[in-house]
Write a protein of this length. Structure first.
Ligand code: MG
Length: 220
């Protein structure tokens, strides 16, 4: 079963369901020419797509346009259904920075046909995460600054204050549909600047300058 590493004690946590939120930053919605959402756009990534820094990113054969999407990732620590926004943060135990890798060509084709996005979001190694830090290490989940560098060049920079649906709204929304369970992960959406990755690329992620992770794209 896929698991993540929760600092500071290197606790292994088995991962359950991986939720993703799409279109959660205005400038990213605009760069893909998508409609502004009036409620969070929810999708799933298979737990089997999860990797930590011990593995390389594998580009799937069915796509020629895998995009990086750097995102704040939440670890659910307490079960809950119909969680209120006021209570939402009591259900989050850890925070990480991650990549919601997306086969943009496949996603566009599926979207145009009105079909589910699963293939574009759920391939092998499509969910990459750093170690998780306890939520107590962060003063305000509404002000998290994060970055992605590719081969040393700054490609994406975001701040959770710019989320269309902030963390409490995301937790409330998902738990109004289905019970959130300990070990579930939530990818909270990407800021603008998404672009293609290529074999040999080195992707370096950081969050608030206290979390870092590096991933290499296999092949060259
Ligand atoms: Mg995303």
């Amino acid at each position: 079963m896929p698991s993540i590493n929760l600092l500071p004690d290197n606790t292994r946590v088995d991962v359950g369901t991986i939720y993703g939120i799409g279109r959660n930053y205005v400038r990213h919605v605009e760069e893909l020419n998508n409609e502004m959402p009036d409620e969070p756009v929810l999708f799933l990534k298979p737990a089997a797509s999860l990797i930590t820094q011990t593995r390389q990113i594998e580009l799937p054969a069915f796509s020629t346009d895998i995009h990086h999407e750097v995102e704040v990732v939440l670890l659910v620590g307490r079960e809950g259904r119909n969680i209120t926004k006021d209570d939402a943060l009591h259900h989050v135990t850890g925070v990480a920075v991650g990549l919601d890798l997306t086969a943009r060509d496949t996603q566009s084709a599926l979207r145009d046909k009105g079909l589910p996005w699963t293939t574009s979001k759920g391939f092998e190694t499509a969910a990459c995460v750093s170690d998780f830090l306890p939520i107590q290490r962060f003063r305000d989940l509404g002000k998290l600054h994060f970055r992605l560098r590719v081969n040393g060049e700054l490609r994406q920079e975001g701040d959770s204050s710019l989320m269309i649906f902030p963390v409490p709204a995301i937790i409330a929304h998902i738990s109004s549909i289905i019970t959130l369970q300990p070990g579930d992960l939530i990818f909270t959406g990407t800021p603008h600047g998404v672009a293609r990755i290529a074999p040999g690329d080195q992707l370096d992620l950081s969050l608030e300058d206290i979390l870092r992770a590096g991933f290499t794209v296999a092949g060259s």
